[in-house]
Design a protein around this ligand. Structure first.
Ligand code: CO8
Length: 273
């Protein structure tokens, strides 16, 4: 399926089950406009109901940029009520990404600033290429992060580190991002001269996806659901949620296949049922 500014690629062969969601709005560095957000939401709807989709990667094909954040030019032309409607749609899109049942990986191969960085925070994992530049520049624009950044980043790295980044509006690269726990993995700069560095983050994200792919799809979804509740409910409720998610995997065919494969000393083949 292809949408104008957001393309959905379904991988085939050994990678079947991996989906790559591509942001493609080169003229404005993937800035989040009304049309991009609406294409994005359509693609998410397709992924959500796709039983074959096991892992989702979010990437940009534009060299040096993941997503430049809110479209500041379009914003300037909008009426206050249009802005309000649009921001609601954008925040809903972020929530829809975050609540996809499948695990999601953001491949950060360039600048992810403001809303672009907040977008990546809605993914389960983040992988940074050598050219990644992250940051929440909002206070330098006399606003604050408004697409979930203050909450999602605080949950991820704690209030003090989040305040440091938001108060200073500082841009930072892959290594500090890794040491703060914002990204799960970084790709070092290609050592040979002339190595095309754009896309190295995506290549690494694919490796992560391939490592997740063979595992029980329902188990991975249930683990995601349980872990997502872990940070937002009290411990008793969290343990209850874990038990409910656990109960979902018990009656599956895949669970029996896992036991059979162990006994027969072979790799299991899971069907997602
Ligand atoms: N909006 C609109 N157009 C943009 C944006 C943007 N955010 N970013 C870049 N562009 C446009 C440029 O204006 C330029 O257009 P033109 O060719 O017509 O002059 C074109 O894209 C290319 O840009 P550059 O020449 O700057 O490209 P570079 O490769 O040199 O740099 C960067 C790329 C690093 C991404 C750079 O463009 C940049 O720093 N952009 C601004 C990033 C930024 O500050 N983003 C934060 C915006 S604030 C935000 O996202 C808050 C969201 C809050 C949501 C609130 C919900 C309630």
């Amino acid at each position: 399926a292809s949408h104008e500014e957001v393309q959905l690629i379904r991988h085939t062969g050994a990678d079947q089950g991996i989906l790559t969601l591509v942001l493609h709005r080169p003229k404005a560095k993937n800035a989040l406009s009304r049309s991009l957000v609406s294409d994005f939401r359509r693609a998410l709807e397709e992924i959500r109901s796709d039983r074959e989709a096991r892992v989702v990667i979010l990437r940009s094909t534009i060299p040096g940029v993941f997503c430049a954040g809110a479209d500041l030019k379009e914003r300037a032309t909008m009426s206050p009520s249009d802005v309000e409607r649009f921001l609601y749609s954008m925040k809903t899109a972020f929530r829809e990404l975050e609540s996809l049942p499948q695990p999601t990986i953001a491949a950060l191969d360039g600048a992810a600033l403001g809303g672009g960085f907040e977008l990546s925070l809605c993914c389960d994992l983040r992988v940074a290429g050598p050219r990644a530049i992250l940051g929440l520049p909002e206070t330098s624009l006399a606003i604050i992060p408004g697409a979930g950044g203050t909450l999602r980043l605080t949950r991820l790295i704690g209030p003090s580190q989040t305040k440091a980044l938001v108060f200073t509006a500082r841009r930072f690269g892959p290594i500090p991002a890794l040491s703060m726990g914002i990204v799960n993995d970084v790709v070092e700069s290609g050592s040979e001269k002339g190595v095309e560095e754009h896309g190295l983050g995506y290549e690494r994200a694919l490796e992560w996806a391939r490592e997740i792919l063979p595992n029980g799809p329902i188990a991975v979804r249930m683990a995601k659901r349980s872990i997502d509740h872990a940070s937002s409910v009290d411990p008793m409720t969290g343990l209850d949620v874990e038990q409910l998610c656990y109960a979902q995997v018990i009656p599956t065919e895949d669970r029996l296949e896992g036991l059979r494969a162990f006994k027969e000393k072979r790799k299991p083949v899971y069907k997602g049922c």
